[in-house]
Design a protein. Structure first.
Length: 399
């Protein structure tokens, strides 16, 4: 079969979203509300993987419709479309920690400077920077405050001190779901000549990011959250205008130009984004990710994001009707798909670990973070699932 004869299966457009959950087997008898944590596979992705494995069984690495250059190009195009960047600025890694570590160890920071990190940040955006504390660079945390505007005030207060070299933050807090105004964050960083690095795991596919408007030096994120990709795959973005004199500390077989010609050994490095892919990758994961991105693109990335907000708002109203309070009640005009429940009108009823355990017995999967009960829906959640959650919470409250 030649590639010109091959036709990739299409995903239904779902004009009103009814019935889309049937493509997500996890929703058959359960309700998965941890899409900001890990995401179960869709039947569409399984079908594409089967096509690839069938071809690989027949053709090996010469599979005509799933060649490495083609799949890599497609993944880069999809991510570039989401971030409004060029495909050449996108690289594929294993996870956020790997991307952040490789970047952090490959840049220069003068002594007596500071790195600012978001308060209560996920470890993937903390540990990769700790080595700088042994090089006369201070690692500080900036308070997120009680609202996005609080954070902007706190960030500018720190940057005004004149010794901040780099800010590394998540546009969406992984515990609270608070969404930060990245254009304003970028504006503050540019005003005070501070580098901006982004951990995009909780943001990419969930909130609008436009790196043409928001000046970001570097971004790393996991594939397996809002983009519905596989565990063990991540993505990096490195701005081409900020990649001069950039070279990774590690050199692998695939780090150099013309890497498929093994002799003579080469000294010419690939472009910065390509340097992050040091050798053979798990290509099965690339196919998985490609299929998920293709599915989301067919639905429309912007439309998917609005659907996440729509379902989150439906859940938010349901939770309020039961007497629960949420983290973003004070800034409800800012959309988020992460619902962090902070309390109940009867304080004795809010016992997050007990609620999580009770819901799990009902096959409703949530998480507890920073004393909050966290729920994060995606397109696989339909109104029927919201009703199931409501009935379970009513049963808990009436015990």
């Amino acid at each position: 079969m030649t590639r010109s004869e091959f036709e990739m299966p299409n995903f239904p457009t779902f004009a009103n979203w009814d019935g889309i959950s049937r493509f997500f087997p996890v929703q058959n008898d359960s309700v998965w509300l941890n899409y900001c944590g890990t995401t179960p596979v869709s039947t569409y992705t399984i079908d594409v993987l089967k096509l690839y494995l069938d071809e690989y069984a027949k053709h090996g690495i010469f599979s005509p419709n799933f060649s490495e250059p083609v799949i890599k190009s497609e993944i880069r195009k999809y991510i570039a479309k989401i971030l409004n960047v060029t495909p050449e600025e996108i690289g594929i890694v294993h996870n956020t920690s790997e991307g952040m570590n490789l970047y952090s160890h490959s840049i220069q920071i003068p002594g007596n400077k500071r790195i600012l990190i978001l308060e209560n940040e996920y470890p993937s955006n903390v540990y990769p920077w700790e080595h700088w504390t042994k090089k006369n660079v201070t690692l500080d945390f900036v308070s997120i405050g009680k609202s996005p505007s609080d954070f902007l005030t706190n960030l500018e207060t720190e940057c005004k001190k004149g010794d901040v070299h780099l800010v590394s933050i998540s546009p969406v807090h992984w515990c609270t779901g608070m969404v930060l105004d990245m254009e304003k964050v970028s504006g503050i960083c540019q005003t005070y000549n501070v580098r901006l690095v982004v951990d995009g795991s909780q943001a990419v596919g969930h909130t609008k990011l436009d790196f043409q408007k928001t000046k970001v030096d570097f971004c790393a994120f996991a594939a397996w959250k809002w983009l519905l990709g596989p565990l063990g795959l991540g993505v990096i973005y490195i701005a081409k205008e900020n990649s001069k004199n950039f070279q990774l500390v590690f050199k692998g077989q695939a780090s150099v130009v013309n890497d498929s010609s093994y002799f003579p050994y080469r000294d010419e490095w690939k472009s910065p984004a390509d340097q992050f892919e040091q050798s053979t990758s798990n290509f099965n994961d690339w196919i998985y990710f490609y299929a998920s991105l293709r599915m989301l693109d067919s639905l429309g990335f912007d439309r998917v994001r609005e659907r996440i907000y729509e379902i989150a708002e439906l859940m938010r109203n349901m939770l309020h009707s039961l007497g629960f309070t949420l983290e973003n009640d004070g800034y409800a005009n800012i959309k988020t798909g992460i619902l962090a429940i902070t309390g109940h009108k009867d304080p004795t009823q809010f016992r997050p670990e007990e609620i999580q355990s009770f819901l799990k017995k009902k096959k409703i999967i949530t998480a507890v973070r920073l004393g909050r009960l966290r729920m994060a829906p995606h397109i696989a959640i339909e109104p029927v699932h919201v009703e199931k959650i409501k009935l379970a919470l009513e049963e808990f409250l009436n015990q």
